[in-house]
Design a binder for this molecule. Structure first.
Ligand SMILES: Cc1cc2nc3c(=O)[nH]c(=O)nc-3n(C[C@H](O)[C@H](O)[C@H](O)COP(=O)(O)O)c2cc1C
Length: 197
């Protein structure tokens, strides 16, 4: 059965959005990011705690994160002959991302609130991903170990009581990967429409 809702513009964007890793060098205007965020904050948010803030890293600012990434991989590489090359590869990988947007959660001391807040932030990120896609932008939601690393957090001014939930690497896509198929939800749906006996 095809519902009318599957053909809407929103449905198309939801389905066509892809995680993008490769970007054109074209700059992304900060005003566009801000506008998309201003819409994204209309995410559902239990108790309206608005538990988020954002750190945007672009231009030469990227070298601060790129250097940390370089040091990390160089430390992990046991072959000294390969160390510099792989370090440079990672450095470049970060420098090639037009905008890095780190989404920060203000951690509520109450666990139940904190969990709801995390969920609200995930909703916000999905809002942002879809709105960005509509504007021709792609991104990857990175959850790499850097997010919890002290040097990364200090560099971005992420303090105690704050969690870096995601690092969004954003830019105009140079390549859009093919979709990975999803199991139709209809196969995963349990319907209960009679009272228990
Ligand atoms: C919570 C979360 C964490 C993710 N972390 C990463 C990551 O660290 N690296 C990455 O390449 N993709 C990451 N992704 C993106 C997923 O890998 C991607 O959504 C999945 O492969 C499906 O592809 P699609 O987004 O193009 O449909 C993450 C997605 C979510 C929701």
């Amino acid at each position: 059965m095809t519902l009318e809702t599957t053909g809407t513009e929103l449905a198309r964007i939801v389905k066509e959005r892809r995680t993008v890793h490769q970007f054109e060098s074209k700059e992304v205007e900060l005003s566009l990011i801000q506008e998309l965020l201003d819409t994204s904050v209309w995410a559902p948010n239990h108790r309206l705690t608005q538990p988020w803030r954002f750190v945007s890293v672009k231009g030469e600012g990227r070298s601060r994160i790129a250097e940390i990434a370089r040091k990390n991989v160089e430390k992990r590489e046991s072959d000294p002959a390969k160390r510099e090359e792989i370090g440079q590869k990672f450095y470049k990988r970060f420098m090639n991302v037009p905008v890095i947007l780190v989404v920060v959660q203000k951690e509520n001391p109450n666990l139940a609130v904190r969990e709801d807040d995390f969920a609200a932030i995930c909703c916000l990120i999905q809002n942002f991903s879809l709105l960005a896609w509509e504007q021709g932008l792609g991104l990857v939601w990175e959850s790499y170990p850097l997010l919890t690393q002290a040097e990364f957090r200090e560099t971005l001014g992420i303090g105690p009581g704050e969690r870096a939930v995601a690092s969004l690497h954003i830019g105009y896509p140079a390549k859009v990967p093919p979709a990975q198929p999803r199991t139709p939800a209809s196969e995963l749906l349990t319907v209960i429409d009679t009272p228990s006996s």
